[in-house]
Design a protein around this ligand. Structure first.
Ligand SMILES: C[S@@+](CC[C@H](N)C(=O)[O-])C[C@H]1O[C@@H](n2cnc3c(N)ncnc32)[C@H](O)[C@@H]1O
Length: 489
C-alpha cells in the first residue's frame, strides 16, 4: 500500500517520522516541507516517491545512496547541507551562549576520502565485484564509483576487480567462510600521489598472488605499494592484525602543510586531507602557543597535531593508545627534523592523571579524542593541571558538548566553537572548541590561599576546595556591594 504524507518535517538529519497504524517509523532521504509517498508493503515502510520536491533537492547525487546509507545528504544541495550542519551546531551549543557558530565547508564536497575500503563478492555472472554493505545488513551492494572516494581509488579498484576475475581469485563467502579475497583497502596521498593497496585475504593463503601483482603493475595505474593483510576472523572489521608487504615499501608518505607524514595500513590518519589541514591550522592559531610553552597533544595518533604545534612550543608531548601509531609518530617527527616532541604510548586518561599526581607544569592541551569523547577523569586531571588553554578537536559534537560541561565544572570557559565540514555528504561533523581557564577562579584561589596561609601553604595543600573558593567569591561580591546570585555549573 502507498500512503501520502504532506509537508513532512525534518530536523538536522533528512529523516521524517511518520505514523502508520499507530506505529512510528523513520523515513530517510527526505527534505523538510516535501510531500512524499511511503511504501508500506516491505518489512519496514520506505520512501517510494517524492510528490512535491524541495527546491534544495538535487538529482545528480549517488545512485546507491538509499541502499548504502553512508551519505545521508547526497540528495541535498551542498549549500543547504552546510546550513543544516551549522544550525545543528548552533542549537546544540546554545546553552554555552553560542548563536552563530562559524562553519567552514569544503571547496569540493566529493572525492575527498584518502582512505577507502570495499568488500568482495561474486556477481551473478561470476565476476569478482566489490561494494559496500547495505545499511544495517551484511548484503553487499556493488558500487563501481563511490562519490566520496578519490577518483584514483575508484580507478584502482575497478582495475583490481578485472585482475582478480582474470586470475580466478575467489571472493570470501561469509556464510561458508571459504574463498580468498575479503576486502580491498586503499590509502591515497592526494598531495604525494602515492597509493597503498591493501588486499585483505581470508588467512595467509593467496594462490595466484604473484600473477595478481604482475598484472596490476602492468596496468601502470600509480600503485606505489601493495600489502596483503590476513583476516580469517568471523568479523566485519576490515583489517586483521598481521600482514606482509607484496610490493614497494608497505607504506606511503603524504604532505600536509609544510610537513611530511608516513601512513601505514593501520595508522590513523584523518580521512579528509584538505579538511585536516584547515582544522589543524585553525586549532594551532587559536592555541596561541608561546615558545616557552609545554604542550600536551592527547590522543595524538601519528602525531600530526604535535608536529603542527612543535614549531611554536618549547616542548610537545604526544600521547596515544595505539602503539603502531606512536611508532609512526616518532618516524614522522624524525623525517620532519623535529626534536622537541616526545611521543608516548599510553592511555590518555592514565597519562593525564599521572601528570596531575606529579604536579607537572602544562601550558596548553590539545586533544582530539575518538567519537566517544574523553573521560571525566581526564578532564578532572586538566582541572588540577590548570593549562591556560585547551583546544578540543572533536568528530562528534554531542560528546564534545557532554565534555564541555565537565570542563565548566573544572573552571574552564568555552571561548569559541567552530565547525569544519570534514565529512561532506555524510551526517558527521568535525568541530573544535577553545577553552580558557576562568581567571577569576584563579584569583579567588590565590586570595583563599593568602588568607589561610597556615591551612593551605604550610600543610602544602595544593588544591583548594571549591566550597572555600565559592565562600571567597561571596565575600568579594559582598565587599563590592552586591550579592552574587550567579549560579555556576
Ligand atoms: C580522532 S583520532 C585523532 C588522531 C590524531 N589527532 C591525528 O589527527 O592523527 C583519535 C585517536 O585517539 C586514539 N585513542 C583512542 N582511545 C585512546 C585512549 N584511551 N588514550 C589515548 N589515545 C586513544 C586513537 O587510537 C586515535 O588515534
Amino acid at each position: 500500500m502507498l500512503i501520502k504524507f504532506e509537508n513532512v518535517k525534518t530536523e538536522y538529519l533528512p529523516d521524517t517520522e511518520v505514523k502508520i497504524d499507530d506505529k512510528k517509523y523513520l523515513i530517510h532521504g527526505v527534505i523538510n516541507g516535501e510531500d512524499i509517498l511511503v511504501d508500506t508493503d516491505s518489512k519496514y515502510p520506505k520512501l517510494k516517491e517524492i510528490i512535491k520536491k524541495s527546491p534544495e533537492r538535487i538529482e545528480d547525487g549517488c545512485i546507491f545512496q538509499n541502499e548504502c546509507g553512508g551519505c545521508r545528504f547526497m540528495h541535498i544541495n551542498y549549500e543547504y547541507e552546510k546550513q543544516l550542519k551549522q544550525q545543528f551546531l548552533n542549537d546544540l551549543f546554545k546553552p554555552f551562549g553560542f548563536k552563530n557558530i562559524p562553519f567552514t565547508g569544503m571547496e569540493n564536497p566529493y572525492n575527498y576520502r584518502n582512505k577507502c575500503q570495499m568488500t568482495y563478492k561474486l556477481s551473478k555472472s561470476k565476476k569478482v565485484v566489490s561494494g559496500l554493505y547495505e545499511e544495517y545488513t551484511h548484503n553487499i551492494i556493488t558500487v563501481s564509483n563511490c562519490l566520496l572516494q578519490s577518483e584514483k581509488a575508484n580507478d584502482v579498484i575497478n582495475v583490481l576487480n578485472k585482475v582478480l576475475t582474470k586470475n580466478k581469485i575467489q571472493p570470501y563467502d561469509e556464510k561458508t567462510r571459504t574463498g580468498i579475497i575479503r576486502h580491498v583497502y586503499i590509502r591515497y596521498g592526494f598531495n604525494s600521489k602515492q597509493l597503498m593497496l591493501v588486499i585483505v585475504t581470508n588467512g595467509e593463503m593467496f594462490p595466484g598472488r604473484n600473477n595478481v601483482i604482475k598484472d596490476l603493475n602492468k596496468e601502470n595505474i600509480g600503485i606505489t605499494t601493495i600489502v596483503q593483510n590476513y583476516n580469517s576472523r568471523d568479523t566485519s572489521i576490515v583489517l586483521g592484525d598481521r600482514e606482509r608487504v607484496l610490493y614497494g615499501p608497505g607504506f606511503i608518505y603524504e604532505y600536509v602543510s609544510d610537513y611530511k607524514f608516513k601512513i601505514s595500513p593501520r595508522s590513523f590518519f584523518q580521512i579528509n586531507t584538505n579538511g585536516m589541514n584547515i582544522i589543524y591550522n585553525k586549532a594551532i592559531e587559536y592555541a596561541k602557543i608561546k615558545n616557552t610553552d609545554i604542550v600536551i597533544d592527547a590522543y595524538c595518533g601519528v602525531g600530526t597535531i604535535s608536529i603542527f604545534a612543535s614549531k611554536y612550543a618549547k616542548k610537545v608531548i604526544g600521547v596515544e593508545l595505539n602503539k603502531n601509531a606512536i611508532v609512526d609518530a616518532k618516524i614522522n617527527a624524525k623525517i620532519n627534523n623535529i626534536n622537541n616532541i616526545e611521543f608516548l604510548a599510553d592511555d590518555a586518561t592514565n597519562f593525564m592523571t599521572h601528570l596531575a599526581k606529579n604536579k607537572e607544569h602544562v601550558d596548553v592541551v590539545i586533544m582530539d579524542p575518538p567519537r566517544e569523547g574523553s573521560t571525566k577523569q581526564f578532564i578532572d586531571a586538566i582541572g588540577y593541571l590548570k593549562p591556560r588553554r585547551v583546544i578540543y578537536v572533536s568528530c562528534d559534537p554531542k560528546t564534545l558538548k557532554r565534555d564541555l560541561y565537565l570542563f565548566s565544572d573544572n573552571d574552564y570557559i568555552v571561548k569559541r566553537i567552530e565547525g569544519v565540514d570534514m565529512f561532506p555528504r555524510t551526517q558527521h561533523i568535525e568541530s573544535f572548541a577553545i577553552l580558557e581557564r576562568d581567571n577569576e577562579i584563579d584569583e579567588l584561589e590565590a586570595l583563599v590561599r593568602k588568607n589561610n596561609t597556615k591551612k593551605y601553604n604550610e600543610n602544602k595543600i595544593r588544591y583548594i576546595p571549591k566550597a572555600d573558593i565559592e565562600m571567597m567569591r561571596e565575600d568579594k561580591y559582598e565587599a563590592n556591594g552586591f550579592k552574587n546570585n550567579k549560579k555556576r555549573r
